[in-house]
Every structure is written in structure tokens, then in C-alpha cells.
Design a protein around this ligand. Structure first.
Ligand SMILES: [Zn+2]
Length: 322
């Protein structure tokens, strides 16, 4: 590990809500059935089956994040967890699409997150910046409302980029091309979940193409399907489009069957800048230390390659992170 600590670029605040915090929130909102439905028997870890099971669980977690104070607490928890995991800089996503759907004002929440990040910086020495995102299957109009709120919050509240998440099969990135043109013109970074589900076949590769060619993505979340098309890999390498790889997440959601099936080695050897991330560290029960350990075990990631990934991640960050 570099003395400054690692960088993590793909992690969602909602997926970082610990089982302990979930239990507290469920008590607060009179939802005793939720921890029982979402957690294992001793309440120490989440349980769900497959990608849609995960999306449903994610939705249930978000239903308990209601006030700025709830988000503040979740962000403060995350700061301590990142410190314990040796992370010194993280860009954390939050779904403004979900907030708007639940009639929660994203800017008020962002203000609380900004305060939490300041406290985390001081307490834990961890720098957190924020990436609001839109939910692709809810359509372009909802996407624009999420972006408008993100622009209102802006750099003054720690926003450094804008993203697109959700169900790729139900929301083509190309629909959001005009929105991302504006994101870019306003000077914010662009990261789009794409190619997360290789089982989509050619459509998964096309999803990456749309993100890169039509939306101008600086970074791709997951990008597993890129290895199905040598030309796509070459394009990512030539343009320096960064891939935020999340192997443990892919195993948990069924994107790949096993860690050893992750195309990390092919992506790295193709010269595509990339790093490892936990995606939803609490919900998947992952940390970055474990992910890099498995990369060494399953993909022969050398210490030099680890350092190279971290250097590339620092370069791909949407904010200065040294
Ligand atoms: Zn993600």
C-alpha cells in the first residue's frame, strides 16, 4: 500500500449502510421486518439472490434513508470503514434519482454529506467527494432532474461528477447523450455503469460503446463485457477510458460465476487504465484489502501492477487526491 492509502472510485453510499446502521434505521422508522428480510440470522451481513434480488434489497435500504441526518450518519460510518480499509480518498455515489422519487431534496442531503465528509476528513484523514447519479430505467426526464439538482449542489458541496446506474437492459445510455454533454460542458466528470452483465451478450458491449461514444464517459463502471470485443478493449485503451472494476460485486450479483472468471487480467493486459472497487461494500461484505488480495491470488496481480492501478486511479479521479 502507498503511504497515502488507497483510492476507491466506485462505491455507493446506499450500499455502504452497515447492518448495524440498518437495524437502527429500521427501529427509528418502525420497520422491524426489514432487517429480518435483508440480513442473515445473526444480523451481521446482508443476504439476497442475484442482480434483481440485490436491486430489491438496495431499494429497501434506500427506503430507510429519509432525513439529512440519516445520510450524515451513513456517510460518517463509511468514513470510519474506509479508514480501517486503508482508503485515503474515495468518490462515493448517491442516487439523486431515488431521492427525487422519494420527494427528498437532494441539495439538502448533499449539504449534510458535505458536512459529514468534512468531519470524516478531520477525524479519519479520509477525503470523500461525491458523484450523484441518475437511474437509467426511470428515463431521461428524471435523469435531467437529478442532474439539475447535482449542478445546483455543485463543487461547493463536494460534487465532482455525475453518473448513471440501474438496470442496463432497461435504459440505454445513448438516451442520456444530451444530458452528459451538458455535464461535460459544466466541467464535471462522467462515469456510467456499462457492460456489467456479460449475459446480455452483444447488447452489453453496445452499452459500453454508447457510454463512451455517445455520452463521452471518462470512466466506465464494471466494463466486464469489453473483453467480448477486442476492438472495444483497444478503444478504451487508446482513449484512456478508465474501468472501475468491481469483481466481488460481480460475483455477488451473478455477473460472473466466480472471482477467477473476472476478466481483470485481459483488461489490464490490454492497457486499459483500471482499479479495483467494492461497489457496495456493506451489502456485499467486501473491503478493498480483500479485493486486491483476491486479484493477486486469482489474476496474478503483482505489487507493481497494484501500484500502477492506484496511480491510474489517482489520475482518473475527478478531484485532486494526493
Ligand atoms: Zn455500482
Amino acid at each position: 500500500m502507498t503511504p497515502a492509502g488507497r483510492v476507491e472510485l466506485h462505491t455507493h453510499l446506499e450500499g455502504s449502510v452497515t447492518p448495524a446502521r440498518l437495524i437502527l434505521l429500521a427501529e427509528k422508522y418502525g420497520q422491524p421486518g426489514l432487517p429480518a428480510a435483508l440480513l442473515n440470522e445473526d444480523g451481521s451481513a446482508y443476504r439476497f439472490e442475484g442482480f434483481h434480488g440485490f436491486l430489491d434489497a438496495f431499494k429497501d435500504v434506500t427506503s430507510l434513508l429519509r432525513t439529512p441526518g440519516d445520510f450524515y450518519a451513513a456517510a460518517r460510518d463509511l468514513g470510519g470503514i474506509l479508514k480501517a480499509d486503508g482508503v485515503s480518498y474515495a468518490e462515493v455515489s448517491l442516487s439523486y434519482g431515488v431521492l427525487l422519487k422519494r420527494n427528498i431534496d437532494p441539495v439538502t442531503v448533499q449539504s449534510a454529506l458535505f458536512d459529514a465528509a468534512a468531519e470524516v476528513g478531520e477525524r479519519d484523514g479520509v477525503t470523500i467527494r461525491w458523484i450523484p447519479d441518475a437511474v437509467r430505467q426511470w428515463g431521461v426526464d428524471a435523469g435531467w432532474r437529478a442532474w439539475e439538482a447535482a449542478a445546483r449542489a455543485g463543487g461547493a458541496l463536494g460534487v465532482v461528477g455525475f453518473g448513471l446506474g440501474g438496470d442496463e437492459a432497461a435504459g440505454p445510455a445513448a438516451d442520456f447523450a444530451d444530458l452528459f454533454a451538458e455535464v461535460k460542458s459544466e466541467g464535471f466528470g462522467i462515469t456510467i455503469h456499462a457492460g456489467e452483465m456479460p449475459a446480455m451478450g452483444r447488447a452489453a458491449v453496445d452499452s459500453i460503446r454508447q457510454a463512451v461514444e455517445e455520452c463521452g464517459a471518462d470512466r466506465i463502471g464494471h466494463g466486464l463485457a469489453a473483453v467480448q470485443d477486442p476492438l472495444m478493449l483497444a478503444t478504451l485503451a487508446a482513449r484512456g477510458v478508465f474501468v472501475e472494476m468491481c469483481p466481488g460485486s460481480n460475483v455477488r450479483t451473478g455477473g460472473i460465476a466466480d472471482w477467477s472468471d473476472h476478466p481483470l487480467r485481459e483488461i489490464l493486459d490490454a492497457g486499459v487504465p483500471c482499479c479495483l472497487n467494492t461497489d457496495d461494500r456493506a451489502m456485499f461484505d467486501l473491503d478493498l484489502e480483500g479485493e486486491y488480495g483476491r486479484a493477486a491470488e486469482y489474476a496474478d496481480l503483482s505489487p507493481e501492477e497494484h501500484d500502477g492501478m492506484q496511480k491510474a486511479a489517482r489520475k482518473a479521479a475527478f478531484h485532486e487526491c494526493d
